[in-house]
Write a protein of this length. Structure first.
Length: 346
């Protein structure tokens, strides 16, 4: 590369003005270019890996800006893949490619696939960008979910694991989710791919996640077994079960719970909904004029709670150990939104 012939000071000055995409591709050429790129102390918010039709490594450089490395490789996949944007079958040939999409410039470039595994790319960019943990590892399809691929990531810490929406091999799915969830702080369950009333499913509920999201209906026993700080659900339990859940919480269940939210789909008025949810529950109604700021004990989840610094009113309940919480219910028609806030008593 001709640029490497420049004097060190001139080379560094030139590189300082390059956009991050060019720095990252430059870093892949050799150990020297990697060290030069690292010495620039460029940064990014996070790195994620998403497995869909192809494998995508996403580098978040700002809230709305990303650099996406899309891998056209047969290393983890048996069947070739046709990309209509490229117009050719790319990954049934010896030559493999990476498509790189820079959202800041709305541009796409191509480069030959170096002799590196996906995990090698992750570790490489961790080093260049001074990061140490994947923000998210998500699986939407099992096209690349081979043992070889999973083994590359088994020792890597992941902030969020998003489970597959559909996989043909449920036993392999369970193996994948067990491996990734054990090193994750957040677990997102999509649609069930194995019977959730099983020991295999419940073992994930017992884990101490910061955040647990589940998008299908559970039994009351299953919800009471969730040992996470934040719980998100979509029509998670019925209103009568919610009433029993609150009474269990008052008596000491779900001790790590600080916040939950989910939707209740029931054609009824808010008044009737209140009467069901708070039946035999001691509560104190707070006026909407009362504004309170809510704080979580875990970092990085504030953006997931709407208007958490201005919690209006709600129904206050108290646990037998003195812990206090507020339950809020909003909605119209048959769509109702339920929130639970546990307050820090200190």
């Amino acid at each position: 590369m001709n640029i490497l012939r420049l004097p060190t000071k001139a080379l560094r000055c030139t590189l300082q003005h390059w956009p991050l995409l060019e720095i990252l591709t430059f870093s892949l050429f050799s150990k020297k270019t990697k060290n030069l790129s690292k010495s620039l102390h460029r940064s990014a918010l996070s790195i994620s890996v998403n497995v869909e039709e192809l494998i995508e490594l996403k580098i978040q450089i700002a809230r709305r800006d990303t650099i996406n490395f899309i891998f056209y490789t047969s290393r983890y996949r048996a069947n070739p893949y046709y990309d209509p944007n490229a117009g050719v079958v790319l990954i049934d040939n010896p030559d493999e490619y990476i498509g790189i999409v820079d959202t800041t410039k709305n541009s796409r470039i191509w480069m030959h696939f170096p002799n590196m595994g996906i995990r090698d790319f992750v570790d490489h960019f961790f080093d260049v960008l001074s990061l140490s943990k994947l923000d998210e590892f998500s699986i939407s399809k099992d096209n690349y979910c081979t043992q070889e691929f999973c083994d590359e990531f088994k020792e890597l810490d992941v902030q969020t694991f998003v489970s597959p929406l559909q996989m043909d091999n449920s036993s392999f799915y369970q193996k994948i989710i067990r491996m990734f969830s054990s090193r994750s702080k957040r677990l997102d369950f999509g649609l069930p791919t194995f019977p959730f009333k099983t020991h295999t499913a419940q073992e994930f509920m017992f884990q101490n996640f910061n955040f647990f999201q589940i998008l299908y209906k559970c039994s009351l026993v299953e919800v009471l077994s969730i040992n996470s700080t934040l719980i998100y659900g979509e029509d998670l339990i019925g209103v009568n079960q919610l009433n029993v859940f609150l009474r269990h919480w008052i008596n000491g269940s779900n001790p790590r719970l600080e916040y939950f939210q989910f939707y209740v789909y029931l054609q009824t008025s808010l008044e009737d909904l209140f009467s069901i949810i708070f039946n035999k529950v001691n509560y104190q109604r707070q006026p909407d004029s009362l504004l309170r700021a809510f704080c979580l004990s875990v970092q990085g989840y504030d953006d997931l709670i709407y208007n958490l610094k201005k919690i209006k009113g709600g129904m206050d309940i108290e646990r037998t150990d003195g812990a206090r919480a507020t339950v809020k219910i909003n909605g119209v028609g048959h769509n109702h939104f339920v929130q639970f806030f546990k307050w820090d008593n200190n």
